[in-house]
Design a protein around this ligand. Sequence first.
Ligand code: KG4
Ligand code: ZN
Length: 334
Amino acid sequence: MLVLGVETSCDDTTAALLEDGAVRANIVSSQHELHEEYGGVVPEIASRNHQRLVVPVVEKALAEASADTTALDAVAVTHGPGLPGSLMVGLSFAKALARGLGIPLVGVNHLEGHVYSVDLDAPRPHRPFLCLVVSGGHTELVHVDENFHHDVLGRTRDDAAGEAFDKVAQLFGLGYPGGPAIDRHAEHGDPTFHDFPRSRLDDFDFSFSGLKTSVLYYLRDRPDTERNRLLDTHLEDLCASVQAAVVDVLVDAVRRAVEKTGVEHVAVTGGVAANSALRRRVEEAGTADGFTVHVPDLAYCMDNAAMIAQAGAYHLAAGHTSPPTLDIDSNLQL
Ligand code: KG4
Ligand code: ZN
């Protein structure tokens, strides 16, 4: 079974080929530098570039896998959540291709992709497992059972974890996307330099907007010269302090969820799973509390189409295909 995955929900144009669960090609054409000067993704620039890049990216994936479109058994495509104009480019392309080849079209929720990215090119975590999906757009804690069944235990009520990193990085003048820059600067910083707020909600929901506001006030309430000196001399400490605040909240929720559900396997996926402190702290919590941690290869943490092909293959195995009238849903939930 050869599945083509297409993912264009944000600013990366991506295509992948998955053959019987094995990744044969995983192509990502990133537009980050096009959006950097605006400090975030500009929707119209993103959709225009998807339009320009989707065919070459799919052709590159086919070439890398030495496959021809006639070998395809199905096309899996992200139809939400994401930017409407970006989603529409991938979905229109996938519909036309599936229709032209007379093969099934499978609409995939981008978050299902992030959840099942943990099954790519690695031993699948034992079911059930808990999956913390942390990306620029989402923070969800999901309970995953056998047979493609999953329940959301909690999600962010406002900003996503990656969004918090990105917004704080902008306040620190670190550019976009900010997560990798904060991670890098935090490496030699003191996480106890400043005690930024950790919002602990009663259930498994998250809230990160207070952290961004608190950093904003922390900088704003100082005269210009003091603020500049602080950013010059303590940038590493500030990054480490912000990172610790985000990671504390995430790890605390994972530990509580493990305790409550008794599940012994935890996956961390999405772009923020690349964060070195988060990876280290979840591993430490696993060792202390007796759960096993699974983090996908970095290429599968960032937005990619292999994860969409993987979730699409599970849909197909469960007998789900999508009608040619499938629409995008920019607010699609798990
Ligand atoms: O999964 P992804 O590629 O796209 C979305 O679905 O959002 O995640 C991108 C997010 C951005 O917010 C970026 O700042 C964050 O992941 N990110 C990181 C790191 N690498 C990427 N955040 C913290 N530490 C990192 N090392
Ligand atoms: Zn994503």
